[in-house]
Design a binder for this molecule. Sequence first.
Ligand SMILES: C[S@@+](CC[C@H](N)C(=O)[O-])C[C@H]1O[C@@H](n2cnc3c(N)ncnc32)[C@H](O)[C@@H]1O
Length: 274
Amino acid sequence: MTTASEPDWREANRAMWDERVPIHAASAFYDHEAFLAGKDTVAGFQADEVGDVTGKSLVHLQCHMGQDTLSWARRGAARVVGLDFSEPAVEVARGLAAGLGFAPERAAFTAADVYDAREALGGEVFDVVYTGIGALCWLPDIERWAEVASSLVAPGGFLYLAEFHPLSNVLDWNTGTRFERDYLGREPVVLDEPGTYVDFRAETERNLSYEWNHAIGAVVSALAAHGLRLEFLHEFDWTLFQQFGTLERDGEAYRQPEGTPKAPLMYTLKASRT
Ligand SMILES: C[S@@+](CC[C@H](N)C(=O)[O-])C[C@H]1O[C@@H](n2cnc3c(N)ncnc32)[C@H](O)[C@@H]1O
């Protein structure tokens, strides 16, 4: 069993992310050139489920380099704010916002830990709180996350989360059909591996990271405990990357081949403040 004190996980994870930002910014995966030329990174299931954001305010927690944040702005959100604890990521996001011609009042980026978001954002509340796609796994305490995230939802607003499914995270990497860890386990997964998902061979030095798996029940219950009402919880048998060796690409989606027992690989939820 491995335990991680708060400064340990935060410092390790932030150093790991900081080092990867320039690699990501230069990568074909994030393709900033195509993004600046108009690529919409939230098109598809996320845009369909969130609906029309025209005129709304939106905060994106753990925004990384801000492409999804800025995609919501391009879709008509009146004001978007991205928050991430990686200063280099926030700097890249500000550069992209400027490149798209968004003034800071329209698209702002703040460097802060997600647990400090309420104070870092000066108590501002938003019509839409958006997060996910590899966000919750970096946080040890889902209750604390829900308390902060729900506090950012304006009356009549909602939180939308699109995330890799916690059940998929405990399956074997070859076939995605066998349990390798406890679904309800609370201990962090501690990795010390070079590279990144955009380039597994990238030479990196800050490789220690801490991740946690948050069961669906824990996420939903934490949001409900902080005053949000669940509108939907959708589970999908496809994902956005080659999570298991057996997955077959089908457009933007990766799926198990026919005949393989299928676990849920992603989920989305919408929870409103009435
Ligand atoms: C996988 S990325 C999110 C990906 C994003 N959806 C995208 O594709 O651009 C995870 C982000 O979470 C941020 N992060 C991790 N732990 C955090 C924390 N405690 N507070 C704020 N940001 C955090 C990292 O800096 C990183 O940018």
